[in-house]
Structure formats: structure tokens, C-alpha cells
Design a protein around this ligand. Sequence first.
Ligand code: DLL
Length: 433
Amino acid sequence: MERYYQPEIECASRDQIERWQSERLARQVRRVYENVPYYRKKMEEKGVTPDDIQSVRDLSKLPFLSKADLRDAYPYGLMGKPMKDCVRIHSTSGTTGKRVVAFYTQHDIDLWEDCCARALMAAGATDEDVVQVSYGYGLFTGGAGLDGGSHKVGCLTVPMSSGNTDRQIMFIRDLNATVLCCTPSYAAYLGERMKELGLGPDDIPLKAGIFGAEAWSEEMRQDIQKTLGIRAYDIYGLTELSGPGVSFECSDQHGMHINEDHFIPEIIDPDTGEVLPDGAMGELVITAVDKEAFPMIRYRTKDICSLNREKCPCGRTHVRMTKPRGRSDDMLIIRGVNVFPSQIETVLLNHGYAANYQILVDRVNNTDTFEILVEMTPEMFTDSIGEIQQLQKTLSTGLQSMLGIRPKVTLVAPKTIARSEGKAVRVVDKRKI
Ligand code: DLL
């Protein structure tokens, strides 16, 4: 039986959804024009005023907002409410320069938790369930978002956070957890560890998992479902747009319903900015129509996917997006952590290396592997294994403190990494996503 948290919204007619979107969009655009000088300036540059935005059909008249704008306006320049009205911040796991710091009013938190509650109920959760939240808590949005949604549904919430895998398994068993929330790679690792401990799907009470924050394949879903004996549901979101719950999967498991009463999606050609028709693959752009503290209008997510407006058997009427295929920029997500090649470059140069390196990413046994080949400079070149090992260790530690994740570093002789005459190919990502 399909369960809904807010059936009157999730199954509303298209007319009703468009009415909500149009009203809220017009109000939101006026609000930012009057209160956020950064937005006003961008709108003036494009020659558009709040009077031009009467309905969702006028959306394309508005300027895009990009991560570069967020950096420009860091940290307070995009705030739609005074600081005293804000109750929380969250932040991304790290970017080249500044992190994204997102602000929330209590109203924003409420809407966000509603979206996560919808995702949980779509995965079958009720107030009889025990939900183990194994996303990180803290600045990352994963823990807080699913935790809040779980409370709204009335589930018994276990705020585990990530790590300590054996204790995770013990709690799932001892506390009878029926729903698990974590990254898909961590779910796969939990499965692997269970096998090592001689445990199978029948030894754990889990029935569903809500996995997101990184791209994962259909094959990985099948694998997790089999190993843990559950149904595995995808969930998508980003810090700029609150966090998890921008969209989520239903029992049909064919694409994620975007919470269209809060988020208006568009797909654009990432190179030209042209809005593409439904079904075309392109960059997802989202307008959040109800967020107060950190309003996002036509925000370019960089995530590549397509939209599907076909009727869904689950009864929900909100449009579905396909699993994001990848990103239009160079950011890598390794074990759920955002990694930019330029961050690696910074560390290499700070440690006296040249920018001759290659990032090798793969997925072995459902876990991301992360290796960096780094050329020694002729000055530091040595044959001594001991010295090389010491250099590798030092560099790996330096990279870990920048990235929050430890790569394997392999030092290679000078001039062994191919040079390019055009753009350098820094990343070899063998994960088949
Ligand atoms: O990852 C929010 C989140 C937490 C989503 C827990 C789902 C579950 P950020 O750290 O800001 O926020 O990273 C956002 O992660 O632009 C995508 O590239 C990627 N991403 C998030 N969910 C998915 C997914 C959280 N289901 C960035 N599939 C986004 C593929 C995803 N990529």
C-alpha cells in the first residue's frame, strides 16, 4: 500500500500545482527584489522587475544563479531574512575556495523536514518504524534532514551519524531498526561487513533504505537490496536547496519525484543556458519558491539529469527526475565527499610538487577507491623506497586534511604522466555510473 505524508499536496492536480508555483514564485521574486540587493542587481542587469513575473511561465525571464554567485556573496550576501530570524546553518563538505553556507529560518526547517518525511513515507515508513540515521550529523545536511523527517512521521529515530560500522550493525539488530538512511556506498560497506561477521539479510530487521548524497547505479541498488534484504530508495538534494528531499523515490523506483510545491525544476543546456524540453538530458536548475533565509532562484545545480512527466503508478503527480548522471563541472564525489581537482593541486604545489598528477577513481566491491599518481620533481627524485614511502605518507596526510578523505598516493618518476596540448586530463573515473 502506497503511503503519503501529505497526500493532498503530493497527489494534487497539475492545475493546483501550477497555481501554487505561480503564486509563490511571484511572491518570492518580489521578496528578493525588495530585500536582497544582490538579487535586485542581477534582475536589473537582466532588465526584469517583479511585475514581469506573474506565473511559472515567466520563470525563464529571470537570471540564473550559480555557485560563483554564492562565492561572491559569501557568507551573508544572499540572505533573505535578518540574522535574528535565522535558527540554523548548514554547509557543504568543502569546495575550492569558500564552502557554501546555507541559512534557515524555522519555517525553512519545517518545509525541509516535510520533504524528508514525504521521502520516508514513500519508502514505507510509519510511526511504528525505527529509523537509523547514519548520514553524518553536523554541518552536513544528511543527518539533520532525515532526522527531522523521521520525527515528523513519528518514527523512533536513532541518530547514529556515520562511522563505527560494527556498532551500526549492533544497533540495527538490538534496536530493531527497520529503515536505514545513509550514503549508498556506506550501505554497501555495511553489507560487506555483515558478511564478514557471518550475518545475512535474515539476521537484520531492516526493510528499507533511503540512500543519496552521491551518484549510484541501478546495479548497486540491486546489490544493496540483495545483501541487506531491503528495498533501496534514492533521495536527492543539495545544501543550497536545504539538503536531502528536493526529490525522492516512491515504490515505483523509476526516478525521483521533485517536491514541486517548493521546487520548480528546469533542464537547461549547460553550455548555452537554453531551456530544454521534458525528456532531454541537461543541467538541472531549481527555483525554491518558499525558502526564506537562503532564497535560491534559478539555481544551477550542475547535476545532469532529465525530467519525466508521465503518470506515476504511485499516485503522486509531481514530476520525476532521473538519477543524476554526473556533474557538468569537475567536482568528484568520492565516498560521499566532494573533491575538486584544484584542491589537490593546491596541496601538491604547497608540498613542493609540480602540477603533474592524475586522479584515479574506481569502485571496487561497491566502495570508491581513490588514488593519486604524483610525479616527483627531478630535484626530489630518489630510488630509496623508504624515502618514497615517507614522502607518500606526508602527502597523503596533507591531502586528507584538505579534502576530508585520505587518498592513496603513489609517487612516480619525473615525466611519466602524459602531457596534454589541450586541456589536461586529470581524472580517470572508472566508476560505471
Ligand atoms: O548531499 C544532500 C543530501 C544528503 C542528499 C543526504 C541526499 C541524501 P551536498 O553535500 O550539498 O548535499 O551535495 C550535493 O550531491 O549536487 C549532487 O551532485 C550530489 N547528490 C546528492 N544526492 C544525490 C543522488 C547533499 N541521489 C550534491 N544522486 C548534488 C546523485 C546526488 N547525486
